[in-house]
Design a protein. Sequence first.
Lengths: 80, 331
Amino acid sequence: MATTEEIRAQLAELVNDVAGVPVEDVQLDKSFVDDLDVDSLAMVEIIVGCEEKFGVTIPDEDSKNLKTVGDAVAYVEAHS
Amino acid sequence: MTAPITASAGGPFARLLSIASFVPSRVVDNAEMCTWIDSSDEWIQQRTGIAERRWVGEGEDVESMALSAARTAIERSGVPAAEIGAVIVATVTYFHQTPSLAAKLAHRLGTNGAAYDISAACAGFCYGLAQAEALVRSGGARYALVIGVEELSRFTDIHDRSTAFLFADGAGAAVVGPSETNGIGPVVWGSDGGQADVIGQTTEWNEALSSGERPYLAMDGRPVFKWATGFITEATKSVLDAAGLAPEDLDVFIPHQANNRITDTMLRHLKLPEHVVVARTIKQFGNNSAASVPMAMDALLSSGEAKSGQTALLIGFGAGLVYAGQVVTLP
């Protein structure tokens, strides 16, 4: 089982790949939209990327609630 | 004894003999678009890659655009119009339910060949091309004309800030004929009617008549983007596999011009070699649905970015959801 930090680090790589955000900025308390400037289309890509990377399924109704990096990491921890 | 039925027989292979397009005259830039919706040029360009789109101008409509593109395609092919055995029109914006636009066009072009319309939205041209290839090879038609044409401006809610800036007009046409070498690879196509509600007409025409409210094209962008960047990217790989080619063998990639961000994501996953020219006509044309693939092909050939004889991968995808793709040799 991956640790919270391992999941955050992998997610940071994904966010960097999709939206060009520096990996060190992708911290648990950051909001994707407000702090990292990730727009709605990039967010869809990040969700799809998480599904592939972590082997989870994130339905649309859940993905809308993933506002911060911490929300996404917690979701992956709870569902993988 | 039962008499044997003669089987149809066509050319050993099929190829594109010509491509042509009609780009409508009215330029609607993002500044004009933003007089109808609360948005900005920067926002639209960043989310879609669209700087301006083409809409029909005075005297232009689905029929005139299709006719113009078809006439040029026939002329470029060198095939006498009367020898065209099938006219296939892909469109979702011919608002006259019957008879078909294809029959009308066939007559105006000078052929009495088979003629019919197909409804496969943004995949329409690639659907039509698959049928044309099969008809030419089976002998159903020696030459087939495939037209993708749309007048989405009449089907767009210009006050819907999630879609108004996307949709546009235009036409593209191709003549397909027999060939000694293969110029059209196997089609990879399919549908997912389980997602029928994510893009489509808001209300049926019958309801519209009684309510007095005009139907429009509506889209839930999120699932469409997810499908296009995920499933369609995989389907695109299958198109290449079906043709027996590797990414290095491609010269040109012509995805349906739905959104540059979809194209960008597809490219990140497809890992095509640097030399592959990628169609980006959405910047000037917007999303022309069934017309986008042939319009992009003609634009790339006309500008010299792509050349006759090169190998191109086409993939169309849209409302249905439906998709179709094939590898072709450019005419």
